[in-house]
Every structure is written in structure tokens, then in C-alpha cells.
Design a protein around this ligand. Structure first.
Ligand code: FES
Length: 103
């Protein structure tokens, strides 16, 4: 089965920043947000990510750094057999994992 590798930043201001890597089964058309939902359902329900519209690209809440560039996790497609690095936005107050304050 094809997988997607997610290198992610976890933690918060109190616990500190650490790196975690996940291998997620690839599904046709899945977004990076879908991959994080898989992690939450199968590996770690505490993984924090902000979202609201979940793919309508309307709420703008799922913005994170994707391979160093700001983008929406729900609109960037996962690519099978590749690795992607996900980090919280550095320009917003960090809440936990990939979740940052909205302003
Ligand atoms: S979840 Fe709303 S834009 Fe991504």
C-alpha cells in the first residue's frame, strides 16, 4: 500500500517543540488535512490542528507551513511515496502542534 510520510512539529509553548514522523496510508485525492485526520483516528487523537470548513477553502483556519511555505492543509493534496514537512505558522501565536491563533 502506498503511503505518505508526514514530518510534523508537535508540542506547545510549555512542553517545547519536538518532531514526530508518521506514515499514513495514501488514499486517492486525500488532502494533507485528511492525512492528519487519519493520524488522529489511528495513532494519536491528541494531534492538534485547526480547521472548520474542511475543504471548502473558505475558513482559512488550516493554514500551516507546508515544506516551508504557507498553505492550506485542506487544499494541498498528499502525494504518494513522498515526504512532506508540516509546521505551525511562525507568524501567529502557537497554541499546540499545528494549531496557531487566528490573529
Ligand atoms: S479547513 Fe477551511 S480552509 Fe482549510
Amino acid at each position: 500500500m502506498a503511503t505518505v510520510t508526514l514530518h510534523t512539529v508537535r508540542g506547545d509553548e510549555d512542553s517545547g517543540r519536538r518532531e514526530e514522523t508518521y506514515e499514513v496510508p495514501y488514499r486517492e485525492g486525500m488532502s494533507l488535512l485528511d492525512a492528519i485526520f487519519w493520524i488522529r483516528e489511528h495513532q494519536d487523537a491528541s494531534f492538534a490542528v485547526r480547521y472548520s470548513c474542511r475543504s471548502a477553502n473558505a475558513c482559512k483556519e488550516c493554514m500551516a507551513l507546508i515544506d516551508g511555505k504557507a498553505g492550506f492543509l485542506c487544499s494541498v493534496r498528499a502525494v504518494p511515496e513522498t515526504a512532506v514537512r508540516l509546521e505551525p505558522l511562525p507568524t501567529m501565536a502557537w497554541i499546540k502542534d499545528l494549531a496557531t491563533a487566528l490573529e
